[in-house]
Design a protein around this ligand. Structure first.
Ligand SMILES: *[C@@H]1O[C@H](CO)[C@@H](O)[C@H](O)[C@H]1NC(C)=O
Ligand SMILES: *[C@@H]1O[C@H](CO)[C@@H](O)[C@H](O)[C@H]1NC(C)=O
Ligand SMILES: *[C@@H]1O[C@H](CO)[C@@H](O)[C@H](O)[C@H]1NC(C)=O
Ligand SMILES: *[C@@H]1O[C@H](CO)[C@@H](O)[C@H](O)[C@H]1NC(C)=O
Ligand SMILES: *[C@@H]1O[C@H](CO)[C@@H](O)[C@H](O)[C@H]1NC(C)=O
Ligand SMILES: *[C@@H]1O[C@H](CO)[C@@H](O)[C@H](O)[C@H]1NC(C)=O
Ligand SMILES: *[C@@H]1O[C@H](CO)[C@@H](O)[C@H](O)[C@H]1NC(C)=O
Ligand SMILES: *[C@@H]1O[C@H](CO)[C@@H](O)[C@H](O)[C@H]1NC(C)=O
Ligand SMILES: *[C@@H]1O[C@H](CO)[C@@H](O)[C@H](O)[C@H]1NC(C)=O
Ligand SMILES: [Cu+2]
Length: 226
């Protein structure tokens, strides 16, 4: 009986690890993430930081005052990527965007930003504590995944050396809607409207909710900024 249960439990372990791989989402390597969000009771689906609290034990990485490196892995096939910053400890309001326009990413692999540029005018000085939120949205169903890394801004910090900051050749990254003109709000809104209309023909209506939502959101943002 024992002999028979061993391969069976091995199979269970294999199924369990396969499920982890299937649901494996994103991972922050640098600055080191708050904790391993693949472990229970954490879940990357929990906003804003996978259900992981910023405790006094949390690792805080020194990060340059003018913006630092971010090294992540995307395990899924496609993602709309946002990188946000929240100032302070235990922040819940990640209201500073470190990407001017969200990124449209396809393929699984590593993505490394040598230096994310900070918006000007932030109240950041030596020792300011903050958290970086790496947020992705599944372009097919809108599922959001979140991971956070905690930092302390400092002039002592360095950027990652280039041999430790590389993008995989397996992934493609563009600005969201880069194929459409962003020179006027009309062009972008017309393009996203057309994309929604054409995908409605071949996909269920639920599948197009997220793209059309992003289209409207981006149209609204662009219209507001014009
Ligand atoms: C960046 O991520 C890749 C794996 O995806 C890893 O090999 C490399 O060590 C990471 N670098 C740092 C500094 O975290
Ligand atoms: C915090 O950093 C230490 C030293 O780099 C490392 O050993 C530890 O695993 C990190 N903790 C977490 C939760 O990642
Ligand atoms: C963040 O808040 C939690 C719960 O309110 C608390 O336990 C924790 O110590 C706080 N973290 C820091 C770094 O103060
Ligand atoms: C990371 O999470 C584990 C539970 O998975 C917990 O035991 C540990 O204290 C956490 N580490 C930090 C630095 O919060
Ligand atoms: C972000 O939120 C904080 C706290 O709610 C607020 O003080 C700050 O002005 C906000 N910053 C921006 C850029 O909106
Ligand atoms: C940066 O280095 C200086 C000199 O070693 C030190 O006094 C200061 O505390 C460091 N800053 C941080 C945020 O660690
Ligand atoms: C990786 O791709 C991102 C997004 O296109 C880009 O900003 C970054 O500079 C690339 N990293 C490297 C090391 O070329
Ligand atoms: C994202 O990129 C993929 C392939 O690179 C492209 O087919 C798709 O239309 C793009 N989506 C948006 C919303 O820009
Ligand atoms: C934007 O589109 C509307 C309706 O399609 C049109 O009336 C208007 O002239 C367009 N504006 C520009 C700047 O192209
Ligand atoms: Cu996933």
């Amino acid at each position: 009986m024992m002999g028979a249960s061993k391969p069976f439990s091995l199979l269970l372990v294999m199924i369990a690890s396969f499920q982890v791989l299937v649901s494996a989402h994103t991972q922050i390597w640098y600055p080191p993430w708050r904790n391993n969000s693949f472990n229970t009771p954490f879940s990357q689906q929990i906003y804003p930081c996978a259900g992981i609290i910023d405790t006094p034990d949390t690792n805080r990485t020194l990060w340059p005052l003018t913006g630092g490196s971010l090294n992540v892995t995307l395990h899924d096939g496609a993602a709309i990527i946002f990188v946000n910053l929240g100032l302070g400890v235990n922040v819940t309001n990640f209201n500073i965007s470190l990407l001017a326009i969200p990124l449209n990413e396809t393929g699984a692999g590593n993505l490394c930003f040598p230096q994310l540029v900070l918006p000007s005018g932030l109240p950041i000085q030596e020792g300011t504590q903050a958290s970086i939120q790496f947020a992705t949205s599944n372009p097919k169903n809108g599922e959001g995944l979140y991971n956070c890394a905690d930092i302390t801004f400092s002039a002592n910090a360095t950027l990652l050396p280039s041999d430790q900051c590389v993008n995989s050749t397996t992934i493609t990254v563009n600005s969201l809607f880069s194929s459409a003109s962003v020179s006027s709000s009309n062009a972008t809104c017309a393009a996203s409207g057309a994309a929604t209309a054409s995908s409605t023909a071949k996909a269920s209506s639920a599948m197009v909710v997220a793209p059309s939502f992003f289209g409207l959101l981006l149209c609204g943002l662009l219209a507001a900024s014009l």
